[in-house]
Design a protein around this ligand. Structure first.
Ligand code: ADP
Length: 157
């Protein structure tokens, strides 16, 4: 029955953690901030097909922002010798960090309230003799959360 489906979805949101629904970092399509915005890169971005691309600097674990592919229409292709970094003021957006143990519900609320679609999933790791550091382990979008709820409904049938 409908009530049971709704209840199941609510329980799912309250009990399941983000780490269970995220896309692992090694599966994420990301680009280096020092990459040249040339035709080759734009083709690659187009063929991957994602609307949001995490941008890292140096190593993939060091994510510095988010690129919205739709913002790339602003780029003048004749002027190709430019990196993302050089255009970071117009191309890079802030991205929030979400602990891997966070339940789905607060993340979904945050996404809705802030009109945000993607977050970085992180774990806290303690380095010997220093303070806590965050390690990026994945990315999560509002789609991953909604998908999880719908999946549960289908399994229930
Ligand atoms: P899009 O709008 O780009 O199609 P969605 O937010 O609908 O992306 O998410 C669809 C799936 O793709 C989700 O599982 C999400 O985690 C994953 N995803 C989104 N962006 C990326 C990316 N840059 N690299 C890898 N996976 C991604």
């Amino acid at each position: 029955p409908q009530e049971r489906k709704i209840l199941s979805a609510v329980l799912e949101l309250k009990s399941k953690v983000i780490g269970r629904v995220m896309t692992p970092i090694d599966k994420a399509f990301m680009i280096d901030i020092n990459a040249n915005l040339n035709q080759h890169l734009l083709k690659q971005i187009y063929s991957e097909g994602y609307s949001r691309i995490p941008v890292y600097e140096g190593v993939r674990e060091n994510i510095v922002g988010l690129l919205m592919t739709r913002d790339l229409v602003l780029i003048n292709l004749e002027n190709t010798i430019v990196t993302i970094k050089q255009l970071s003021s117009i191309l890079l957006r802030d991205v929030i960090a979400i602990d891997v143990e966070t339940k789905l519900e607060p993340v979904l609320s945050y996404f809705k309230q802030n009109n945000t679609h993607m977050g970085l999933v992180t774990t806290k790791s303690k380095e010997i003799g220093s303070e806590l550091t965050l390690t990026n382990v994945g990315i999560v979008t509002i789609e991953d959360i909604i998908e999880e709820i719908l999946q549960e409904e289908i399994e229930d049938e």
